[in-house]
Write a protein of this length. Structure first.
Length: 313
């Protein structure tokens, strides 16, 4: 039998604190010393998490390092960061850590080959790490291809789980599929498991460019998008911004795409409710057994928590 060494420690306590400790120990029918040890362990755990959150908020450590310091999983650390309302950005190493924990294997060689075809030329998104994040969440089988205009210029992004588009999309999925759809970074795993992937027409942020330059950047991405549609063969394309719908449709025609193109407004200000409502309706229709674009089909998917599971075929 293994025994745990317990050095004796003397500590002075205020009388009212000692009385409260005795009262609680009596109520729970345990020894005062055992209760004190339990409270100390729980208090230390809370303080480790608080310290990790504080250092993460101040930019001193990554999410992965914060998780190590708090002695909790990276998955739980990301949830704690989200619950605390701390602005966060995920990097590729954080997401690799989540994949390793969940036992999700990504086809690295195939991903690198596909990324090379998609990037075709200088891409600021590649330099900022967005392309690496996007590739982390590329499904093995793309069923719904979401197409946006570009990455935001302010540093937020859908695949950093901190943008308006991310929050509105999560809200729609939760409304359509149930309250067990997670928020925060865990939702990105749900999307990947259901075959949903978001790409952008422009290879650089365009929302602060003059109109002419913005238009040119979008048009320059049409051929690359056509190649991606041809390569992935999605069942449905979801356009996330009315102004880019003609460009996306041109790229889809060039790729020989015969499926449905769903056009949605970008979910900002008064358009958010419309985006959520229409995407929710589309998701509910896709969940129907009669739907030709069901997001629940496939040989392998992930459940609402992002963990691998078997799906009905």
């Amino acid at each position: 039998m293994v025994t745990t060494e317990r050095p004796q420690v003397n500590i002075r306590l205020e009388r009212d604190l000692l009385d409260e400790l005795d009262e609680l120990a009596t109520a729970e029918s345990i020894d005062r010393a055992e209760l004190a040890r339990r409270l100390l362990r729980e208090g230390l755990k809370r303080e480790r998490v608080h310290h990790a959150l504080r250092t993460y908020r101040e930019g001193e450590v990554s999410a992965a390092r914060a998780a190590e310091a708090a002695r909790i999983s990276l998955y739980e650390m990301l949830d704690r960061i989200h619950e605390a309302g701390i602005p966060y950005e995920l990097d590729a190493s954080d997401l690799q850590g989540i994949d390793a924990m969940l036992g999700v294997r990504r086809p690295r060689a195939a991903a690198r080959e596909a990324r090379a075809r998609y990037e075709a030329g200088p891409r600021p998104d590649a330099e900022s790490g967005i392309d690496a994040l996007r590739e982390q969440f590329r499904p093995e089988r793309v069923r719904w291809l979401f197409v946006g205009e570009s990455s935001p210029a302010g540093g937020t992004h859908f695949y950093r789980a901190n943008s308006n588009l991310f929050r509105a999309t999560q809200e729609a999925f939760a409304a359509a599929l149930g309250s067990d759809v997670p928020s925060g970074p865990a939702f990105l795993h749900v999307l990947r498991g259901r075959g949903c992937w978001l790409v952008d027409l422009a290879s650089e942020p365009v929302n602060r460019l003059p109109d002419e330059a913005r238009r040119a950047a979008v048009e320059a991405g049409r051929d690359r998008l056509a190649g991606l549609i041809s390569e992935t063969g999605p069942e449905r394309i979801v356009v996330v911004k009315a102004s880019i719908a003609p460009d996306v449709r041109d790229a889809a025609r060039s790729a020989g795409f015969k499926g449905e193109v769903l056009e949605l407004p970008f979910p900002v200000r008064q358009w958010k409710a419309e985006y959520v409502r229409r995407l929710t309706d589309a998701l509910r229709n896709a969940a129907s057994p009669r739907s030709a674009t069901s997001l629940c089909r496939g040989r392998r998917t992930e459940d609402s928590t992002g963990r691998p599971s078997r799906a009905s075929s």
